[in-house]
Each structure stands twice: as structure tokens, then as C-alpha cells.
Design a protein around this ligand. Structure first.
Ligand SMILES: [Zn+2]
Length: 178
């Protein structure tokens, strides 16, 4: 199975002047913000960046020196990677490694392609379930599917977070419905 987790440590977390997490940018872009005094480095990553004149530690978290007002994206796009990330890369039925996307109420019977009706699933469960509903199979969903929410989602999307960002982002396990 291919490793679908994106590489950790390939970006830098940008905080607003108020320490509110804003977005993730490339390490290069974060370094430019620091070098141009638009941001200060709050947490270092691994290694040193060299420019013609300067050398600075690779930034892992930077904070903008001036407050910026940002319109928030409240809707998380429905993509395969985002669904895997929401469900923790595990099958909604057997909790094994997820490889496919399953429509809880089958599309062939009018099920919608929406956050509330899609779950990550292993190939075996998906194939076995076919065009039946979990109830018809006598299966239980591990969690009720819902659109992802929270700061971490807004900032990271489907990116795997760098553990060094934990102080600024709420990185707990995805919510599990009763
Ligand atoms: Zn499964």
C-alpha cells in the first residue's frame, strides 16, 4: 500500500501577531518573512538556511510582526486525502488500514458524495459491503461521519502536522461520535 501521509517537516507554521495559527507555508517563504522582518521565528526546525549574506536556523514556526486580518475558509473541501486524514487513515468498519473511500449509503442507491456520507475503508470491507448499508450488513460505524472542523483543520487541511506545532494547534485525535 502506498504511504499517503505527506512528509512531516516540509513547511513552516505561520502565526498571526496574536499567536493565532494562520497557515502553513514553505520553509523558504517563512525564511523570507523572517529576513524581511515581516515575521520573527518562534520555533526552529532542523538545520540552517544559507543565503548570500545570512545564515539562519530553518524556521518551523514564525509569527507575523503585524496583525493581518484574514477571511476564514469555513468549508473544508471534500477530497480523498482529506477523508483519509479525518478518519485517521483507518477503516471506519474494522479499524484496519484504509485504502478506499466508501459511501455509507451507497451512491448506486442515491447516497450523496458529502462529508456525512463518506468514510475511509479498507478494500476488503468496501468490497464485502458492496451496495448495502452498514445496517443491512449488521455493521457499526466507528464514528458518525461529519465535516471536519477546528483550527487545526482550517490551517492544515490534510497535511500531517509537525509535532513542533502542537503548542499552537489543537492536535488531538479526530473526534469520535458516540
Ligand atoms: Zn475494513
Amino acid at each position: 500500500m502506498p504511504d499517503i501521509r505527506p512528509t512531516v517537516g516540509s513547511g513552516a507554521l505561520v502565526l498571526n501577531a496574536t499567536y493565532e495559527p494562520l497557515c502553513v507555508v514553505s520553509v523558504r517563504r517563512a525564511a523570507i518573512l523572517v529576513l524581511s522582518a515581516k515575521a520573527v521565528c518562534v520555533a526552529d526546525g532542523d538545520g540552517i538556511l544559507h543565503s548570500a549574506r545570512d545564515a539562519l536556523p530553518v524556521p518551523s514556526v514564525v509569527r507575523l510582526t503585524r496583525f493581518v486580518r484574514v477571511p476564514y475558509r469555513t468549508h473544508v473541501g471534500l477530497s480523498r486525502r482529506a477523508i483519509f486524514a479525518r478518519d485517521g487513515w483507518r477503516c471506519a468498519y474494522c479499524r484496519g488500514p484504509a485504502e478506499t473511500i466508501d459511501h455509507v449509503f451507497p451512491r448506486s442507491r442515491g447516497g450523496r458524495h458529502a462529508w456525512e456520507n463518506v468514510v475511509a475503508a479498507c478494500a476488503r470491507c468496501n468490497h464485502t459491503k458492496g451496495d448495502k448499508t452498514p445496517a443491512e450488513m449488521g455493521w457499526r460505524l466507528h464514528a458518525l461521519p461529519a465535516p471536519p472542523k477546528g483550527t487545526a483543520w482550517r490551517v492544515l487541511g490534510h497535511r500531517a502536522p509537525d509535532p513542533r506545532w502542537a503548542d499552537w494547534l489543537d492536535l488531538r485525535e479526530p473526534e469520535v461520535a458516540a
